[in-house]
Design a protein around this ligand. Sequence first.
Ligand SMILES: [Mn+2]
Length: 337
Amino acid sequence: MNQGGEMRETGAGAGMEGAGSIFDPQLFVPTQGFMGCPNRYQLGGAKLAILGLPFDCGRHPVRIGARQGPFAIREQSALVRPYLPPAADFNPLTALGVVDCGDAKVTPGRIEPSFETMEAAMREIAGRGVRTLTMGGDGAVTLPQLRALHRFHPELVVLHFDAHTDTYPPSGQEHHNTATTFTRAAEEGLIDTENSLHIGARGPTYLPGVFEHTRALGYELISGLDLMERGIEATLAHIHERLAGRPVYLCWDMDFFDPSCAPGVCTPTWGGVTSREGLAILQGLKGLDFVAFDVNTVSPPHDTGGMTAFLAGTVMLEFLYLACHVPSLASELQLTG
Ligand SMILES: [Mn+2]
């Protein structure tokens, strides 16, 4: 499934511009890149690179499958169109020079080595000043990304939309699982927890005191109920007030949506936002200084007709528009059709 090693030597990236290449865009259509964008390893002038992280911890008794997320999202991205009139009637892929770097070479079940590979792959991209947009994988893939980005953005804050805080108390024998990502991030000092927000937590939990544990680490938690009570507009205003001018890591677990919109996730939880509300929230984040985007937890074996992967691809399109409006980037870009 992972063709990364082979493509590095012989694939589109090396071959398209190389001597003897027969690639002619009038004759051939490169496959598999997100929304048809180039699948290559030369970042060139790219402002943003896409990276698949086909990893899950595999600890759940039955709902395993997020490792197949990047494959499904790329497949469904054929349904995603780049122009979004009237507000965003330009192509964000060309504006940002987006490249799809394929997948990090990971082996689900081998947690530590896979974390090291994901961190190193992220470092390769972020170390060149290029913003990242990753596709999980389960929620565990966020931790190695934060480890990589902490080097370049010591004041990094996380804006996390999820039905779960992923900030559970440590469970003893298991060091890493999807529920403790932000517990570990806080312990390792990777992010500015005092200015990081978790939004949308709802539904039943395994343990009591999960919300209190999240807040005790310094995070602000706006639960799913809080979000409903405050309303989307007031919540967005609050987010902008808290995060303006800070380097933001946007983490979007697909289970933030209600399972009626996004059934193909690892831990479906009723009572989430609709697709319309979720996309409106994303559009309302315009203007923040995003340094990285992370969409995770598409689980294709539990999906229905690819709808969750399609919605994740649409979330990624919204991420691209947000990248186009990052204050330090926007002036360099040409945002026209
Ligand atoms: Mn979740």
